[in-house]
Design a protein around this ligand. Sequence first.
Ligand SMILES: *Cc1c(COP(=O)(O)O)cnc(C)c1O
Length: 452
Amino acid sequence: MKFISTRGQTPPLGFSDAVATGLAPDGGLFLPEQLPDLSRDLGRFEKLSYPELCFEFLRIFATDIPPDELRAIVNASYTHFSDPAIAPLKRLGKNLHVLELFHGPTLAFKDFALQLLGNLYERQCRVRHESINVLGATSGDTGAAAIHGLLEKPRTAIFILYPDGRVSPLQERQMACTGADNVFALAVDGTFDDAQNALKEILGDQPFRLRHRLSAVNSINLARILPQCVYYLHAWLRLPAAERGNVEFVVPTGNFGNVLAGWILQKMGVPIAGFKVATNQNDILYRLFTTGEYRMGPVHPSLAPSMDIQVASNFERFIYYTVGRDAAKVREVMQTFKTTGAYRFENFNRDTFSASHCTDGEISGIIGRVYREHRYIVDPHTACAFKDLNPARVSVVLATASPAKFPDTIKAAIGVEPTHPSLEALKSRAVVKHRLKADPAAIKAFITAHAV
Ligand SMILES: *Cc1c(COP(=O)(O)O)cnc(C)c1O
């Protein structure tokens, strides 16, 4: 299988090269050249465990990795999950399920892709006899998950930029208290978008990128998307047959990577009725799906910080399909958006998407209501997904983080402070972070001094 760029000006690459490259050289994002039809495989998939299903799914795409090696990578990637089901599906009520995606090492859904990505990088370094320097920007959970995917792996270093003071103290500890000497937590002045813009500029410097063998680990990497398709499939296969055709996945959304994975699976012939994009008060995607206009606004820090973005970096992949796979049109949309901060789609096709948005006040109210009605504690990101559930559908809410990562918000809402042993252990460890300006030159100097 080859992977093409949404902007059409990069020659197709194999899986490992597309993963190693991250952002395509033409500025676009990689997508599979074709999406195979899985509808006839669903019966065969039903009996598989999570890692077996993941292997069967990824082997369709990672055709340049020998199957035995791919199987070993997949198995290793899900050993650090604390729940035997990996992604347990829990019923909260009639027509309401929660898909718990927070049983990995950093207690958020990003572990699903980043544990795997860490093992893919390790293989790449071994096969090519090379070292690799991984660079990412995070609004909270990505950085922690990326770091835990690469912890102590030989011939790798990881540099994670995050907005200083705008990730939760526990999220920061997950990044800055590992004690691993291949991990650099870089606390940058400004918002997540400032950090991400600095990252984009650094990655756009081709000579610098090649000199340090840099790879991007933010939410645009192809290997961030494909492994996430698997938990939608696993959950769908575990629904009662009578519910499967009417299911809507409700997804707390920021950069659009999580929900995009589900939608891609739907395009591969899995009969999912729809997707609901649940945003916090940073609602560029809510406005898009309700008005057809994609318009940037300022970022307002919220109780759900991993969704505090205004430019959803994976959205370009959706645009590619929605404009009929016309790469020239994608370039035009992205250029207009870049120069004017907005794009209005004529006859916007929202496909099977709907959307909701949620203020901080509503997040607290929902945490309280879900606790009272179901004796179930949701984290502030997951809470956004409980807003305006569609009564005509079977809703599967994706629980993207453990409530224990956000103890203050939960305690304020319900008077109970959730805890988790892995987080308690972090509290006694030293925080090692490096404060930098959101200035590409300063960040490059730091990388040059510490790269492997
Ligand atoms: C990253 C994250 C999100 C947003 O996911 P996207 O793929 O960026 O849309 C939602 N909730 C939590 C807890 C996250 O860490």
